[in-house]
Every structure is written in C-alpha cells, then in structure tokens.
Design a protein around this ligand. Structure first.
Ligand code: SF4
Ligand code: SF4
Length: 383
C-alpha cells in the first residue's frame, strides 16, 4: 500500500502557478455536478481540490485524471464561492510539469515574465551569433540560395544536437511521471492489459482526433459557432500544423540524405510533400492567431488567466509559421531579395528556441497528457 505525506506549503506553492482561491471552496459539489468527467464513483474535480486543501501533493501528482480536464470552464461558472476550480486544475498541471522537470526551467518559465523575456533574448543572441559566424554569401538571382548563406550541414547538425539534449531532458520528465502514475495503477496479478487499444485511444482518438475536445465544444457551444471557429479546431490546427511541418522537414532531409533531392532545390508547388507543408503552415498560423486572439480578449474562462509561458510559446509558434511562409514567398519572387536571407536567420533562431524550450512548454503538456490518457485507457482485458 502506498502512503502519502502531507505538504503543509502545498497550497501556497500551487498559487505560484495560477490565479486561484481554492481555500474558498466549501465543498458544495456544484463543480462535480457539472463536470463532464465526473462519474458516480469519482467526484471530480472535488477530489482534486481536497488534495490541495489537505496538502496531498503526491496524491495529486499520481492522478492521471488531472490531465483529463479540458479546461471547459463549466465548473468555474457554477462555483458559488468564485474559487475558480477550472483554473485550479490548470495550475495543478503547471505545478506537475514543473515537478517533473529536474532543471527548474519550467517553473521559472511559468512564474516569471522577466525570466521568459531574458531567456528568449539570450537564446536569440546565442543562436544568431553562432549561425551568423558561419555565414557565407548572399547570391542574388532566382531562386534564392538560402544554404549559401547558412550552410545546410550546420543547420542539420545543430538541429540534431539540440534534439538529443531535448530528448534526454524530456525522457527524464516522462519517466518521473510514469513512476508517479504507476502508484495508482493496481491491476490483479497476471492480468492481460489492452496495451495497443490504450495506445490507439491516447494517440489516435484523443490526441490526433481530439474526441473529448470536440464533444466538449458540441455540448457547451451555445452560440453554435461553425466548426472552424470552435476552440477544439484552433487547438487542433496548431497541433496538426506543427506535426505536418515536422514530417515534411524530416522527409525533405531524408530525401537529401538519399540523394533523391539535391540540397537547396525546391519541390514543385503541386508536389504532395510541398502541399502538405503549405497546408500545415496555414493551419499553424491560423491556430496560433486564433489562440492569441482568444487569450488577448479573455474570450472564456479557459483564456482568462495566461502565464508568461503561454504567451511566449504561442508567439514563438506564430513567428515560426509566419517566417516559414515568408521564406516560401522569397523563393518565388522573380529576384531574390536580401530580406529573404535575414528571414532565414530569424526563422532558424525561432525554431531553435522552440526546440530547446520544448520540454518546459506546452509541448511538454501535450506529451504528459498523452501519457496520462494512455494510463487512463489501460484496463485488464476480459477473457
Ligand atoms: S463549486 Fe466551488 S465551492 Fe463548490 S465544491 Fe466546487 S470549488 Fe468548491
Ligand atoms: S474545467 Fe475541467 S474540472 Fe472543470 S468542468 Fe471542465 S473538465 Fe471538469
């Protein structure tokens, strides 16, 4: 049997991660009555709120249900004490991400606007100076020759090095989370588990297919907005756009390695890989613009409180999409423009920052949610 110790400072620590007043909760149960995740056997989110009130930090960190919450905000609307349970759930997830991260960077990104600005500026200068120190010429003519300005092997080697650092950091965090979640998984000895089905539900149905998000939007959509204006589509656009761009970049690199395509040449605009890249770019720019607009306008409960990290992540993603499109345009302009070369440098700086900060931002949130979804769907198979 697992025993948990109480942390008397837990409530205070949680408050660093969100604007909440959960001490005001008097356990009326309204939030549980409206929450789509609440079941007869689980009074969600009230159980999570009790953990905070009793200082049960370990209990909270080992709850996969924490990651099931979609921040629909229904609980916040119905709370008579204005304790903001929806924001409490979001703050608890930020707290968990900071706990899983051994470097302390996630906590600083969530809690300090100054740290966000300074770290982004320092990274931009370091990446910029490093890349520029290897720069070549800026030949004029069509099409633009990006890789004569910043050599392609330098970009690839830098990307691979950063990717390895990020993968190690992310793996450490994921391992900590899995150990924590395992404290609450207690299957009868010798049970056969639905490994593959759980994986499909976590990755295919919920993450890529956004099933819960979509049904939540359908349930709480009094204005009956068309699908492309709904919250789930903005979120999905960012995710699909990012994955699409990652896949097209990887395929391009592979084709160059296999000498199927020459470095610095461009596929025709109707080529399926190029089309996938353009569509992904459109989705990324649309999704990030819409999410920035929603946060700026504080459109509903889930966008009322934004951490410095929420803003820096969205702005970096938006910049990655917009500078990527600018590079595409530079290729097709009749005469290569000098700004195209500088745009490449800015684009690489933004991508480098996104990559290096991935284990501490919304990327980490997305990965941790998939792990929690997997554990949530994992059940013994009836034989
Ligand atoms: S609705 Fe508010 S006061 Fe009632 S249990 Fe939920 S958080 Fe507490
Ligand atoms: S915000 Fe989360 S906890 Fe609150 S009602 Fe929605 S899903 Fe439930």
């Amino acid at each position: 049997m697992t025993t948990y110790r109480a942390n008397p400072d837990f409530m205070q620590e949680l408050k660093e991660y969100g604007d909440l007043d959960i001490e005001a909760c008097f356990n009326c149960g309204n939030c549980t009555a409206v929450c789509p995740l609440s079941t007869e056997s689980d009074n969600f989110p009230r159980r999570m709120i009790r953990y905070a009130q009793l200082g049960l930090e370990d209990e909270l960190l080992s709850s996969k249900e924490l990651w099931m919450c979609l921040y629909c905000g229904e609980c916040t609307k119905t709370c008579p004490r204005e304790a903001d349970p929806g924001e409490y759930m979001a703050a608890a997830r930020r707290f968990a991400i900071a706990k899983y991260d051994r470097t302390g960077i996630a906590k600083r990104l969530y809690t300090s606007a100054a740290f966000n600005v300074i770290s982004l500026l320092v990274l931009a200068v370091v990446f910029g100076v490093f890349l520029y120190s290897y720069h070549g010429t800026m030949p004029m003519g069509t099409p633009i020759k990006f890789f004569e300005f910043i050599p392609s092997p330098l970009i690839h080697n830098l990307g691979i090095t950063a990717g390895v650092i990020v993968a190690i950091t992310a793996l450490l965090g994921m391992t900590t989370m899995v150990i924590d979640l395992n404290k609450h998984t207690d299957y009868p000895e010798g049970s056969k588990l639905n490994w593959w089905q759980a994986l499909w539900e976590a990755v295919g149905v919920e993450s890529l297919g956004q099933k819960s998000y979509r049904s939540d939007c359908e349930t709480y959509n009094p204005e009956e907005k068309p699908w492309y204006l709904q919250k789930w589509f903005a979120h999905a656009s960012v995710m699909w756009g990012f994955i699409g761009l990652f896949v097209t970049t990887a395929i391009n690199y592979l084709l160059e390695l296999l000498h199927v395509k020459e470095t610095g040449t461009y596929m025709a605009v109707w080529h399926p890989i190029r089309l996938l890249g353009i569509l992904s770019g459109v989705l990324l720019v649309y999704g990030t613009t819409e999410l920035i607009r929603r946060r700026w306008k504080k459109e509903d409960e889930s966008y009322t409180h934004s951490t410095p990290s929420d803003w820096s992540f969205l702005i970096l993603m938006w910049l990655a999409g917009v500078t990527g499109f600018a590079l595409d345009i530079a290729v097709y302009l009749p005469m290569a423009q000098i700004w195209g070369y500088w745009m490449l440098l800015i684009h690489l700086i933004v991508i480098g920052e996104l990559l290096l900060l991935a284990p501490f931002t919304k990327f980490a949130h997305a990965v941790y949610r998939i792990i929690a979804l997997y554990f949530y769907a994992l059940k013994p198979v009836k034989e």
